[in-house]
Write a new protein. Structure first.
Length: 277
C-alpha cells in the first residue's frame, strides 16, 4: 500500500475510534475524555539523539502525528552506544540514530535481532578543520581524527579514499583496512561525541551531524562534505514483534513524507537529505 492511502486509512481508523468514544453516556464524561485522548494509534517511545532525529520527531509529533492519534514520546540519548541496548531490552519501542551497517554490526556483536524498518534520512557527515580551509591544504603527515566505532570510522576512511587521499580495502571498518597512505597521514581514533572538541588538537576531524550542529559546525565550514549518494542513511529500527505494529508503520510513513522532507530542507539547508516515498 502506498504511503498516502495508508496514512488516510490510519487517520480514518483514528477518527472512527474518537467518534465511537464520543457516543458514550455523559455519566462518565470525565473518564471518557481521558479515554478519547488515548484512542487512535496510541503512544510510541522513540529513542534518538537530539539533532537532527529528535528535532524531526518533535516536529512530526506536533503536527501530522496528532492527526492520526499517534503520540510520540521522544527519549533523548547523547551517545551511539545505548539506544540499541534500550531498544533491545524494551525500554523504548524504536530508535532513529544509526545507519543500516551500524545496526547490522550491533546485531552481530551482541546476538540481537533488531530490525531495520527502512531508511529515513541522510545525516551528512563531514571533515572539519580549525587549521586549514581546504582539503588540498592538508600537509603530508597531517593528523586526522576519525570516529572509533567501526561504521563511522569506515565511513570516514572511505570518504578520504573517494577523494584519492588514501586507498582502502572493500568494506573498510578501521585503520587496518588502509592499504595505501602515500601522504603519511596520522590517524587518531576518538569517541564520536567528542570529535568536535578534538578539532584544536588535530589538523582535521570527521564529525557526524548529530555532534557537528550542536558544536556550531555547519556545512559551509566543512572541508569535505559527504554527498547524497552516501550509503549511510539513518534508519528507523525496532524489535521483530513490532515491525507490523500500526504505530511503527505510521511513524515510518510520517518520517518519509513530503511534509517532513520540507521541514528538513528548510531547517538544515541540505545537510539532512530527506527520503520521500
Amino acid at each position: 500500500m502506498s504511503r498516502t492511502p495508508r496514512l488516510a486509512l490510519l487517520a480514518a481508523v483514528a477518527a472512527a475510534a474518537l467518534t465511537l468514544t464520543g457516543c458514550a453516556g455523559a455519566t462518565d464524561s470525565a473518564d471518557n475524555g481521558d479515554a478519547a485522548a488515548s484512542d487512535g494509534l496510541g503512544t510510541i517511545k522513540v529513542g534518538a539523539l537530539q539533532t537532527p532525529a529528535g528535532d524531526i520527531l518533535q516536529h512530526i509529533a506536533e503536527n501530522a502525528a496528532a492527526e492520526l492519534g499517534l503520540e510520540i514520546e521522544f527519549v533523548a540519548f547523547t551517545d551511539y552506544n545505548t539506544p540499541n541496548t534500550a531498544l533491545a531490552d524494551g525500554s523504548i519501542d524504536a530508535n532513529l540514530f544509526q545507519n543500516g551497517a551500524f545496526l547490522a554490526n550491533f546485531n552481530e556483536a551482541t546476538g540481537s535481532d533488531l530490525v531495520n524498518v527502512g531508511e529515513a534520512y541522510l545525516p551528512s557527515a563531514a571533515f572539519y578543520s580549525d587549521k586549514v580551509d581546504s582539503l588540498d591544504d592538508l600537509e603530508d603527515g597531517a593528523t586526522i581524527a576519525v570516529p572509533n566505532d567501526p561504521t563511522n570510522e569506515g565511513r570516514a576512511l572511505q570518504l578520504l579514499a573517494d577523494e584519492g587521499l588514501i586507498e582502502v580495502e572493500e568494506g573498510v571498518t578501521d585503520l587496518t583496512g588502509i592499504t595505501a597512505n602515500p601522504r603519511e597521514f596520522r590517524f587518531t581514533e576518538i569517541e564520536n561525541a567528542t570529535l568536535p572538541q578534538a578539532l584544536p588538537d588535530v589538523d582535521a576531524a570527521f564529525v557526524t551531524i548529530s555532534f557537528a550542529l550542536p558544536a556550531g559546525l555547519s556545512g559551509d565550514r566543512a572541508i569535505l562534505l559527504e554527498g547524497e549518494s552516501s550509503p549511510y542513511y539513518n534508519v528507523l529500527a525496532t524489535r521483530p514483534e513490532l515491525v507490523e505494529d500500526p504505530r511503527i508503520e505510521a511513524l515510518y510513513d510520517l518520517l518519509t513524507s513530503q511534509e517532513t522532507a520540507d521541514f528538513e530542507n528548510e531547517t538544515w539547508g541540505g545537510l539532512v537529505v530527506p527520503v520521500v516515498r
